[in-house]
Design a protein around this ligand. Structure first.
Ligand code: SF4
Ligand code: SF4
Length: 213
């Protein structure tokens, strides 16, 4: 899931300068789970906008605004309200904001910051376990990602700062490379420790990503 968080109201006011009427778009998938852009948050945003002198022409919580065609369809369903607005305030990740900008032809204001691809620990608690590097090492690391869980992103570790299995950047944090070592040991294999991993091939992750299947 894509984890996102609402921008501060102070920052939003800066982005909304000169905009008097707004149409709101939320996301019924990731942003709903993160409590950053679901029905409740869209209602709260509407109240806040009105309290700050704005008019809201309407709102829609789209099923995955990252889906470009679905976003286009939902925008068509609200065409009159969208046309009436100075801008569309989008409460979705950056991919959602992009779909809305592409298909509405209107000025868009992103209300959220997109943070990371998150695993769900429990409701409302998300943790980054993969940072989408494009060249996955997990088969050699016992399913534990050093690129993400090591704050230095080291592909060969541990570093000299590790102490008693803890990370030098934060002694509360378990060193990713010690976790990898323990895991591989329990599986009876050397895995990634059998070789020196070469520097990352950044060509594998050149943005913008594109895939057709
Ligand atoms: S190595 Fe880590 S960051 Fe890269 S794809 Fe695998 S899990 Fe994700
Ligand atoms: S102590 Fe371990 S997790 Fe922390 S920076 Fe060094 S190798 Fe990475």
């Amino acid at each position: 899931m894509i984890v996102s968080q609402r921008k501060s109201y102070e920052e939003l006011l800066l982005h909304l300068e000169g905009l008097h009427t707004l149409f709101l778009i939320g996301c019924s998938a990731c942003a709903t789970a993160c409590k950053s852009g679901g029905e409740e948050e869209v209602d709260r945003m509407e109240e806040w906008l009105m309290a700050n002198g704005r008019q809201v022409t309407g709102s829609a919580v789209i099923d995955s605004p990252c889906n470009i065609n679905r976003t286009a369809r939902d925008l068509r369903d609200h065409r009159a309200q969208v046309d009436e607005a100075d801008a569309i305030l989008v409460m979705a990740c950056g991919a959602g904001v992009h779909s809305v900008a592409l298909k509405s032809g209107k000025r868009v204001v992103g209300a959220l910051d997109t943070l990371f691809l998150g695993n769900i620990r429990r409701i409302g608690q998300f943790e980054e376990k993969c940072s989408i590097c494009g060249a996955c090492l997990l088969n050699e690391t016992g399913g534990i990602c050093p690129a993400t869980l090591c704050p230095k992103g080291l592909l060969n570790g541990p570093c000299g700062g590790m102490e008693d299995g803890k990370c030098e950047t934060d002694r509360e944090l378990d060193c990713a490379w010690c976790q990898i070592y323990d895991r591989l040991k329990s599986e009876g294999r050397g895995g990634v420790f059998n070789r020196i991993v070469p520097p990352r091939d950044w060509q594998r992750k050149l943005p913008p990503g594109k895939l057709t299947v």
